[in-house]
Design a protein around this ligand. Structure first.
Ligand code: ADP
Ligand code: ASP
Ligand code: MG
Length: 431
């Protein structure tokens, strides 16, 4: 192995969902890895969703929380036994992790939701990486486990923590020193630590972002995300039949796609690796010999139309109550409130007396924003909408996308069209 350069690999929940798939990951490591590596893994399968349900049940003081925990525990014990054997010490390590959840469940509900969420949901990544690292060791790799909370520091915005880059960079020597002894470090995506030593998380699907943070801090040779698709496609294959793989994508193009909701890579992933010009390979774990998509600074000659669908959007129509125009001072106030309540502006438009914003449906944030607007403004909402973003659009693609739908808002730029639509059937039934 080349000890001078390090690659960062990320395996998501789907790639390690079953013992067979973990066997596949081990084969990929054996065949495809030519340098030392940091392997970042998510919780296995749909564990994070199950842990989210557990948190909700506990916060609502429902007994079901214990039942959900038992199911998650059993699944993990079966998984670890199949991979490492029923008497392996990893089972005790898993038990210790789940005991942490039991302690929380035994306490009355006092702490805030988002804080509790992070303490419980993070167990998914801690558990999956324990099993993966033990399995790789059993398979003969010189691998070790690492707690990423010793390296990645964040603020204490639970569930959407912001990385403290300076402190994280200072701690990255902990990884480097381990890499002098080990070929492979297995660590957790998605989770981190606040400066008060409490666990934080980086936002759902945040493991890609963890891999990018580590790639940046380690000056990685390259970053590789292993997915259940051939690479980046021209649309989500769950929504569109006729999609093609894109062989090469520029960072800029990838940022545009992910910002507007392409679910294939977490939106914060691209910037850190772009800043250091680190190539990102999106690769298929079912067919690891096949080339996936390379994301780099190189701008290919042309792109096919690429469709990004962001479901569950809301249009916020804000108007002034005093019959004045929506002027600069109003816009200044509104943007301060968007920032404060973390309302993401996906699209916007203003007319003389109203200002319209398309945003992701986050009911508690929107409610807090509405309350903060006060008496000066009126807010009307249009919900259950979809935002289509089409890069390199053609009229044909646009027509087929909007057919049978009510177009509420459209914006055409040189390379991009944004369209907010409502399913016509739904709209007619309700109005
Ligand atoms: P992970 O296992 O890393 O968590 P995800 O399930 O989050 O992986 O992401 C992979 C999925 O993203 C694919 O199965 C696919 O359905 C979806 N997806 C959405 N848009 C695209 C796209 N443009 N190209 C490829 N996959 C996409
Ligand atoms: N396990 C986390 C989630 O499901 C993080 C990730 O998979 O990237 O959101
Ligand atoms: Mg995912």
């Amino acid at each position: 192995m080349n000890s001078n350069s390090v690659q960062v690999w990320k395996f998501g929940g789907a790639s390690i969902a079953t013992p067979e798939l973990v066997g596949n990951v081990s084969n990929i490591v054996g065949k495809q890895l030519k340098t030392k590596a940091v392997i970042v893994a998510s919780a296995k399968g749909k564990t994070t969703n199950a842990l989210e349900k557990l948190v909700k049940a506990y916060m609502e003081e429902r007994e079901e929380a214990y039942q959900i925990l038992e199911e998650i525990k059993k699944e993990h014990f079966d998984y670890a036994s199949a991979l490492c054997g029923a008497n392996h010490r990893v089972l005790n390590e898993l038990n210790d992790l789940f005991v942490e959840i039991e302690w929380i469940l035994e306490d009355p509900v006092i702490d805030p939701y988002d804080y509790i969420y992070d303490q419980i949901v993070s167990i998914g990544e801690l558990a999956s990486t324990k099993v993966l690292s033990q399995y790789l060791q059993l398979e003969g790799y010189n691998a070790t486990w690492m707690d990423i909370r010793d390296v990645i520091l964040t603020d204490n915005t639970h569930r959407e923590a912001k990385v403290d880059w300076e402190s994280t960079l200072k701690r990255v020597d902990k990884i480097q020193s381990k890499l002098t002894t080990f070929d492979v470090i297995v660590t957790q995506g998605y989770i981190a630590s606040s400066s008060e030593n409490f666990t934080t998380t980086l936002g759902r699907e945040g493991s890609d972002y963890t891999a990018a943070i580590l790639s940046y801090c380690l000056d990685a040779h390259s970053m590789h995300i292993w997915k259940d698709v051939p690479g980046i496609l021209t649309g989500d294959p769950r929504l569109f039949k006729e999609v093609m793989k894109i062989d090469r994508l520029s960072y800029k193009e990838a940022v545009e796609m992910t910002y507007y909701g392409a679910k294939v890579i977490h939106e914060k992933t691209i910037k850190p690796i772009q800043n250091k010009n680190i190539p990102l390979y999106v690769r298929p774990f079912h067919t690891p010999d096949k080339e996936g998509t390379l994301i780099s600074s190189e701008e290919p000659m042309g792109y096919p139309p690429v469709i990004v669908v962001n479901a569950d959007q809301v249009l916020l129509h804000i108007s002034t109550n005093d019959f004045s125009f929506v002027g600069e001072h109003h816009l200044g106030d509104l943007f301060a409130l968007f920032a404060k309540h973390r309302i993401r502006v996906n699209m916007m438009r203003n007319t003389a007396i109203s200002f319209t914003v398309c945003t992701n449906n986050r009911p508690s944030r929107i409610q807090a924003f509405e309350e903060a607007l006060g008496k000066q403004y009126t807010l009307q909402k249009d919900s259950d909408l979809k935002l289509f973003t089409v890069r390199h659009y053609t009229e044909e693609v646009l027509q087929s996308l909007t057919k049978g739908k009510l177009v509420l808002f459209q914006e055409r730029l040189k390379n991009t069209v944004h369209v907010v639509v409502k399913e016509l059937v739904e709209y007619e039934l309700r109005s």
